[in-house]
Design a protein around this ligand. Structure first.
Ligand SMILES: Nc1ncnc2c1ncn2[C@@H]1O[C@H](COP(=O)(O)OP(=O)(O)OP(=O)(O)O)[C@@H](O)[C@H]1O
Ligand SMILES: [Mg+2]
Length: 252
């Protein structure tokens, strides 16, 4: 018997009122895999991630992580089950130091409904969290150099590193990144992309990279490319150049 994929999304529908943003998308990510999800503006990529990670309740379809049904669960539960997300536009806390931003990733994993018990759980895991922080600094050494600086006073690329580091502090088995390359210079993107490959190869963390930048998605960080979401978005010229995606997400 084959084991369940790490992430399995089946016929997911996300609506905003009557507007359908994601129309029955299916995809899967295997443990330790790197997958890129490409699609143009407005294709529904962010909405799909929101539906998977519990930020928006899907109207239909199923989300499973290692076979466990997480459809419509709150975001914290999805994080604790092993998937964290780097949001589009980074969304760091600008007045907090870089290290405080990172620690919030670990704290967020403990947070359910109630501050006091989350803080107690966090305090109990202090040694493990310190180890985790070391690992994040080893993977992204720039963050160590910047650890005392307010995150809002770092560059766009550095903020993207903070957002990735913060997500890693929650110890995911699957890291979903919404637009790694957004607004960043090509060299910065290349360096971030190399860090992701290292993370994937050294620590076995699966990566789901959501990108408009198909060339980046195809060239640097992915083993498998999925186009999102064919019913809404035509195949891009980059997809044609590199051939048909090996597996397609789309309307069912
Ligand atoms: N909160 C919202 N309320 C209503 N409609 C929304 C909301 N968020 C997104 N949409 C709509 O859903 C559709 C998909 O948007 P989404 O942001 O998921 O696309 P995307 O593929 O991530 O685009 P981009 O590449 O620009 O980030 C769009 O038509 C958008 O206008
Ligand atoms: Mg988006």
């Amino acid at each position: 018997m084959t084991s369940a994929p790490l992430l399995e999304v089946d016929g997911l529908v996300v609506k905003y009122g009557p507007a359908v943003a994601v129309d029955g998308v299916s995809l899967h990510v295997e443990a330790g895999e790197r997958v890129a999800l490409i699609g143009p503006n407005g294709a529904g990529k962010t909405s799909l991630l929101a539906g998977i990670s519990g930020l928006v309740k899907p109207s239909a379809g199923r989300v499973r992580l290692e076979g466990r049904d997480l459809t419509g669960r709150v975001a914290g539960e999805v994080v604790r089950a092993g998937m964290t997300q780097v949001p589009e536009g980074r969304q760091v806390f600008p007045t907090l130091a870089v290290e405080a931003n990172l620690l919030l990733g670990a704290y967020g994993r403990e947070f359910r409904r109630e501050l006091v018990s989350a803080t107690v759980r966090y305090a109990r895991r202090r040694a493990a969290i310190a180890d985790r922080l070391e690992r994040v600094y080893t993977l992204l050494p720039t963050l160590f150099e910047l650890r005392e600086r307010p995150a809002g006073r770092t560059s766009g690329g550095e903020q993207q590193m903070v957002a990735i580091g913060r997500a890693l502090m929650a110890e995911p088995r699957l890291l979903a990144i919404d637009e790694l390359s957004l607004g960043l210079a090509p060299l910065v993107v290349e360096s971030l992309s190399e860090s992701l490959v290292r993370l994937n190869e050294d620590e076995g963390v699966a990566v789901l990279l959501v990108e408009q930048n198909a060339v980046l998605a195809l060239d640097t960080s992915s083993r498998r490319v999925v186009s999102c979401c064919p019913a809404r978005a035509p195949r891009s010229s980059a997809t044609r150049r590199y051939g048909t995606p090996t597996s397609a997400a789309g309307s069912t």
